[in-house]
Design a binder for this molecule. Structure first.
Ligand code: CMC
Length: 436
């Protein structure tokens, strides 16, 4: 962070003295006005619900240019990473800042594979859930429970212990998601097979049974790996900020990641992939492509409460670059499975075309986001809709960890403690119960 020659001056109409505020420059992107001393100097806070204009930290991990539709992990464009690197390389990049060479990759992959099994007791914990519980409710519980099963990771300030917790999380997330799925359908859990790739092993744990040999389809494996790469990090979004805020108290790293899982669940965030597919299925039931016009009228009616799920983004005011890559993957997967005429895919294309030409969407700069096509891919692979957000959580875990690590070693790190504009009652006296 570099101090700029530029300074911001805040002046007041009531004659209070004006204050100069330092301005900092990043390597790219908007400058920031440093308001840390504002309260001490003026007795005032800033007001920014939803953090529309607030940089809560400095970060060197992920950069998004929302107007250009650009996403970089550690400087590398997502398009290059998605086509030239796999998820393990992406994890290494996010965690350590550079892409691994061959030896570094081999060693990293081995470390991740060393931790794929979960403590056998975890299955008894899982059994406490109803079989029809939502997988994100289960995942929030399971990830939080890791803090009780793996005590050694509990000290967030111990770098070595934290690193072990990181490896455990990245390794065990696929195992936990697959266990939650198997539990919901009453099938035996499949233990990880470490000769398989990260994505291949996940497919095996999800879809193999002890009765038959399961062969991983390389097209599905690649598609899933791409989903993981595209979802691996996305700078200071709601769940990442949750992980940082939760971790800022010095809590257990598994607990901080469980908080991220809980936040991701919401339909405005990671839950959008599930909500998007449910929306497509609803329109399909209503009559499919012929009902698109009617549905769009509802979306544009502010009183209807209906949104076009998978569209719009706080940061992207252009096509989400992940959505383009996901659309490619969607075509590959559907072709491999002979589902080129999949009605939901056709419906999604029709919705996208209309939305991109419609004034309502054009004026508000609403474009498809990653969730618009990811649900169709996952459904084609055979993943149930209710599990989509858990797959997102699995992939985002590495981003959460990288961001948590960055925060812990940041000399400017402090416990997160937002302030407020209080609009409630001023001090008043309690009237005894019988007199109220
Ligand atoms: N459908 C219809 N109208 C929309 C949509 C949508 N999907 N998204 C935004 N708008 C409208 C919104 O009503 C508002 O209109 P107006 O200015 O007339 O009041 C305007 O566009 C600006 O929207 P906003 O709600 O102020 O924007 P935001 O930055 O607060 O919200 C968002 C961003 C992602 C929550 C929102 O676009 C949304 O709810 N989209 C649907 C859910 C979704 O697909 N979420 C996944 C995001 S990508 C995955 C992830 O990173 O989690």
């Amino acid at each position: 962070m570099k101090l700029s020659d530029n300074k911001a001056t805040l002046s007041f109409s009531n004659g209070s003295p004006s204050v100069d505020l330092p301005v900092y420059q990043g390597s790219v992107g908007p400058d920031v006005i440093d308001i840390r001393k504002l309260y001490a100097q003026t007795g005032m806070f800033t007001y920014d619900p939803g953090f529309l204009s607030t940089a809560a930290c400095q970060s060197a991990i992920t950069y998004i240019d929302g107007d250009k539709g650009e996403l970089l992990y550690r400087g590398y464009p997502i398009e290059q990473l998605a086509t030239s690197c796999d998820f393990m390389e992406t994890c290494y990049l996010l965690l350590y800042g550079n892409l691994p060479n061959v030896q570094e990759k081999v060693s990293f992959v081995k470390t991740i594979k060393d931790h794929t099994m979960v403590n056998e007791q975890m299955q008894f914990f899982l059994r406490g859930f109803r079989r029809d519980a939502h997988p994100m409710g289960i995942m929030t519980g399971l990830v939080g429970a890791l803090s009780a099963f793996y005590h050694e990771g509990s000290d967030l300030n111990n770098q070595k212990r934290r690193e072990i917790a990181e490896f455990q999380l990245i390794s065990k997330m696929p195992t936990l998601v697959a266990m939650a799925y198997k539990y919901s359908i009453g099938q035996p859990y499949m233990y990880p097979k470490n000769h398989l790739s990260y994505a291949g092993n996940f497919l095996h744990m999800m879809f193999a049974t002890p009765c038959e040999e399961y062969v991983v389809n390389p097209v599905m494996e690649r598609a899933l790996d791409r989903i993981f790469v595209l979802h691996a990090d996305h700078e200071q979004n709601a769940s990442t900020s949750t992980v940082r805020l939760c971790g800022s108290s010095g809590t257990n790293p598994f607990a901080a990641i469980a908080a991220g899982v809980a936040c991701l669940w919401g339909p405005a965030h990671g839950g959008a992939n599930e909500a998007c597919l449910n929306m497509l299925e609803d329109i399909q039931r209503m009559g499919g492509v012929s009902k698109v016009g009617e549905f769009m009228t509802q979306v544009k009616d502010k009183n209807s409460g209906v949104k076009l799920m998978g569209f719009g983004h706080r940061v992207y005011k252009n096509y989400d670059p992940r959505a383009k890559l996901m659309q490619e993957t969607c075509k590959e997967v559907l072709a491999e499975l002979g589902l080129e005429n999949d009605p939901l895919f056709k419906l999604a294309m029709a919705l996208e075309k209309i939305a991109l030409e419609d004034d309502y969407f054009v004026q508000r700069k609403l474009y498809p986001n990653v969730d618009f096509y990811s649900g169709i891919v996952q459904r084609a692979i055979g993943i149930p809709v209710s599990l989509f957000t858990a797959i997102f959580a699995l992939a985002r875990t590495v981003g959460w960890i990288a961001q948590l690590n960055e925060m812990i070693v940041d000399p400017e790190y402090k416990i997160g403690r937002p302030r407020q504009l209080f609009v409630g009652s001023t001090q008043r006296d309690v009237v005894p119960l019988e007199q109220r």
